[in-house]
Every structure is written in C-alpha cells, then in structure tokens.
Design a protein around this ligand. Structure first.
Ligand SMILES: NC(=O)c1ccc[n+]([C@@H]2O[C@H](COP(=O)([O-])OP(=O)(O)OC[C@H]3O[C@@H](n4cnc5c(N)ncnc54)[C@H](OP(=O)(O)O)[C@@H]3O)[C@@H](O)[C@H]2O)c1
Length: 260
C-alpha cells in the first residue's frame, strides 16, 4: 500500500524528526528546515525558554512541534528523553534523528578532570548512543529512517586544548559507520555532518582565538548555522537516498587545504 504523503513533500503523514540541541544555532536552523519539509519536530535542549521559542517559530510558520528539556550531560536524562518523546509524539513515528547537541571539553589534557571527560563523552557520544538505540530499531522495522550525527572538523584534524572533545567527536564519527552496518540494510540511512568554524553561541566567546584559523579557510570566512542545517536537511531528504555512512564536511574548504 502506498504511504500517505503531505501535500508538499515525500514526508509520510505523522512523521516526526527529533533534533537535539535545537534551542540554538545549527540545531534550531535544522529544526526549522525539517519542519518546512513536512516533519513534526521534537525540539530539545536545556534551556526551557529557548526550547519554547523554537517551537513557537515552527508553529508560527505553520508547522507542528513539541519542546522537551533534557540535560544530556547526564545519561539518565537521555533515557528520560526517550520516554518523554514517545509520550509527546503520541503514536506518531520518529523517522529522523539529528544527534546535534554537543560541545564541551575545551581544556588541555592535563587540566581535564575525570568529571569533565565523562561529561563530554556523555553529551557527544552516550546521548546519541542511547537515542539511536531507542529509535533506530523501530525505524528499521518500518524500513525507513534517517539519522544525522553532527560531528566536527576536529573529528579528523587536531588542535591543542580540545582533546576530550576531539576524541568524543571521533567516537561519534565511528558510530555513523557502526550504525550504517547495523541499520543500513534495513532502510535507515546514517550519516555525519562535520562543521568547521560556524558562528554560533557555542564559540562566540572564542572569536579572537579563531583569527588564525579563519585566515586559512578557502571560503575566507566562518560558516553560518543555516549553511550546516542545509547539509543536514539534504542528508535527510530523498535526494540523499543512496548516501549512507558518509561524512559531509561543511567547513568552507578548510580540511582540503594546507596553510602555507
Ligand atoms: N559552531 C561551531 O563552530 C561548531 C564546530 C564544530 C562542531 N559543532 C557542533 O555542532 C553542534 C551544534 O553546535 P552549535 O554550534 O549550533 O552550538 P550552540 O548554538 O551553542 O547550540 C548547542 C545546542 O546544544 C545544546 N546542548 C549543549 N549542551 C547540552 C546538554 N548538556 N544537554 C542538552 N543539550 C545541550 C544546547 O542547548 P541549550 O543551549 O538549551 O543548553 C544548544 O541547543 C554541536 O554538536 C557542536 O559540537 C559546532
């Protein structure tokens, strides 16, 4: 039997997309675009007001969203988020998961405490692991789904002072491949988007630190959150139907060129 589709896209009726970290930056821009494409959106982050703000932006553009709050530094909160999401979407199907919430771990190795290390891995690796383990099997049973992990340029390129963050993003990058092996044969496409320096609140306080970096970016500037969101939107879309286990780097060419 053919699927019921919304009038303006191939998104099945009652289809939900969860975007973690959609209270800000790349996640918010992604949530708005996936809503435009016809998904109902599970918005989540730590900040209750900004979560409601994203939901209202979606609703005022004619979309549907629920906003949930979870601090994913705590693994128990990731499990709670799964339960709250199932309740909130009320029988709808979660067909898209964007593991975007991330960050932390900016310290030299000798200054990184056990607690900082665990927090960085909880947020950037364990939360995506818990969410994917909860939602991917049902996607696989339905034979359709898309997962996008938001990594970082530092998955493949190192810089001093962010070793725990880099290790966590590298682990997440491997999970894109592991989950492609596990769920890809059953219709779930899993991919990564690796942003370079993007102007969002996460690094506003570090603008000065990035002057040398920016001077070596072929595009000649930092990226905008919507430029990363468009890459995520593409990987979720039917246009990416044969793309699995891939990394789409959105960095203005930084990874391709050696600074001379
Ligand atoms: N901006 C860049 O240059 C850059 C470069 C490479 C990779 N990235 C990656 O891109 C992703 C999005 O970052 P962004 O640049 O859009 O930053 P952002 O604007 O600061 O947004 C980060 C989002 O993650 C959420 N988040 C952070 N810690 C969380 C926690 N403990 N529990 C739940 N949610 C949490 C935030 O929620 P609240 O604000 O509500 O707490 C916010 O919605 C991250 O994974 C980041 O590592 C960004």
């Amino acid at each position: 039997m053919s699927q019921v589709v919304t009038s303006d896209s191939s998104v099945p009726h009652g289809s939900w997309a969860m975007v973690t970290g959609s209270t800000s930056g790349i996640g918010r821009e992604t949530a708005l675009r996936l809503s435009d494409d016809g998904y109902s959106i599970v918005v989540c982050g730590r900040d209750r007001d900004r979560a409601a703000e994203t939901r209202k932006l979606i609703e005022s553009a004619g979309g549907r969203a629920v906003d949930l709050v979870a601090d994913l530094n705590d693994p128990a909160a990731a499990h709670d988020l799964v339960a709250e999401t199932r309740k909130a979407i009320n029988g709808g199907t979660l067909d898209v998961l964007v593991n975007n919430a991330g960050g932390g771990g900016f310290a030299r190795t000798e200054d990184t405490t056990d607690e900082m290390f665990d927090t960085v891995f909880n947020l950037n690796v364990k939360a995506p692991y818990v969410l994917t383990g909860a939602f991917a099997p049902a996607m696989a049973e339905r034979g359709r789904g898309a997962i996008v992990n938001v990594g970082s340029l530092s998955t493949t390129m190192a810089a001093a002072g962010t070793s725990a963050f880099q290790a966590a993003k590298a682990a997440l990058s491997m999970l894109t491949k592991s989950w492609t092996a596990e769920y890809g044969p059953r219709g779930v496409r899993v991919n990564s988007v690796d942003p370079g320096y993007i102007l969002t609140p996460i690094n506003e306080h570090m603008r000065d630190m990035y002057q040398g970096y920016l001077a070596s970016v072929p595009a000649g500037r930092g990226g905008r959150p919507e430029e990363v969101a468009e890459a995520i939107r593409f990987l979720v879309s039917p246009g990416a139907s044969y793309i699995q286990g891939a990394v789409l780097t959105v960095d203005g060419g930084k990874n391709a060129v050696v600074a001379m």
